[in-house]
Design a protein around this ligand. Structure first.
Ligand code: NAD
Length: 309
């Protein structure tokens, strides 16, 4: 029996490669190019039809963009729920909607299939190194079964509650993470107008209490350099913020709501598939590098601290 890994994009590709080095793994993606990149590593094998492969797998790992993609893979006559053997385990590692996850976990249980949500943080570099932070939702037995797979992919694995709780925690993390970028971008704009180079101001924040993972890594590496190539799409970030704001009903959350509205309405001024670090662009950051500090002083994949996409 093997693991079926579906969704080989920015995150799924390096995760599938790592997974396949420890567990027998078959992979599927709608994009042939994405499949070729993973299979080229030599450890995983491609399947053409996940439904046909399902009876021979005991574990499914999904790394798809949204809950709609997850639902369409699992439900229906040719969906995996109808094809997987009893006792199989499904681990959804994308950033999905808690309500959808709860419903899918209940449907899985009716078919004696275990279901775990295990979304991740750390971006492409941590997916490559197997050091993702993983927030897990699900029953204790299902989570225990998922653990050996998660340990290959992450260095921090936190079981935060029942099905859907991992997704809720992940969305809230990204609400904070994206708001941090917006807040720091506004502070850097104010610094620039005062005459302080944004790169210098970033160094100030990083030596003081205003620092965050965004100021330590994303500003020096992706925003002030104008590369905007973190590999985490702006639209996926907005999806996560929308999920998080769905958890705010009845609560006083004016600060994060303002950040969400700013980033939601700002989307129209960006291109077709902007990177989430293009939040900085909404404030004119990165249009041209703001510091003549040599690139070697800036964080690289070797010395970076952590990315929390
Ligand atoms: P991506 O768009 O790069 O990759 C998604 C992949 O899914 C693509 O290769 C696409 O072809 C494939 N796909 C879509 N529908 C499919 C289907 N029906 N069958 C098979 N394959 C299908 O997305 P990503 O950046 O890798 O993100 C994946 C998930 O992880 C999202 O939920 C995202 O929010 C989350 N996430 C992303 C990052 C990041 O830094 N990129 C970090 C943490 C979490």
């Amino acid at each position: 029996m093997s693991t079926l890994f579906i969704g080989l994009g920015h995150m799924g590709a390096p995760m599938a490669v790592l997974h396949a080095r420890t567990f027998p793994t078959v992979v599927f993606d709608l994009s042939d190019e994405a499949v070729a990149r993973v299979v080229g590593d030599g450890a995983a094998t491609a399947v053409d039809d996940p439904a046909a492969a399902a009876p021979d797998v005991d574990t499914v790992i999904l790394m798809l963009p949204t809950s709609r993609h997850v639902e369409s893979i699992l439900r229906g006559e040719s969906g995996l729920f109808a094809r997987l053997p009893e006792g199989a385990l499904v681990i959804d590692m994308g950033s999905s909607e808690p309500e959808s996850t709860r419903a899918l976990a209940a449907e899985a249980a009716e078919r004696a299939i275990d279901y775990v949500d295990a979304p991740v943080s750390g971006g492409v570099p941590k997916a490559v190194s197997g050091e993702l932070a993983i927030m897990v939702g699900g029953g204790a037995d299902a989570v225990a079964r998922a653990m050996p797979h998660l340990e290959v992919l992450g260095s921090s694995i936190q079981h935060v509650g029942p099905a859907g709780a991992g997704d809720a925690a992940k969305a809230l993390n990204n609400l904070v993470s994206a708001s941090n970028i917006a807040v720091a971008s506004e502070a850097l704009s104010m610094a620039a107008r005062f005459g302080i180079d944004p790169a210098v101001m970033t160094d100030v924040l990083n030596a003081a209490t205003g620092r965050s993972q965004a100021t330590e890594l994303k500003f020096p590496r992706y925003i002030l350099t104008g590369t905007f190539d973190s590999g985490f799409a702006y639209d996926l970030m907005l999806k996560d913020m929308t999920i998080a704001m769905g958890l705010s009903e009845g609560l006083e959350t004016p600060v994060v709501r303002a950040a969400f509205e700013r980033l939601r309405t700002g989307r129209t001024s960006l291109g077709d598939v902007p990177d989430h670090t293009e939040i900085g662009r909404l404030y004119g950051l990165g249009d041209r590098p703001t510091s003549d500090r040599p690139t070697s002083d800036r964080p690289t994949s070797d010395n970076e601290k952590e990315i929390s996409a």
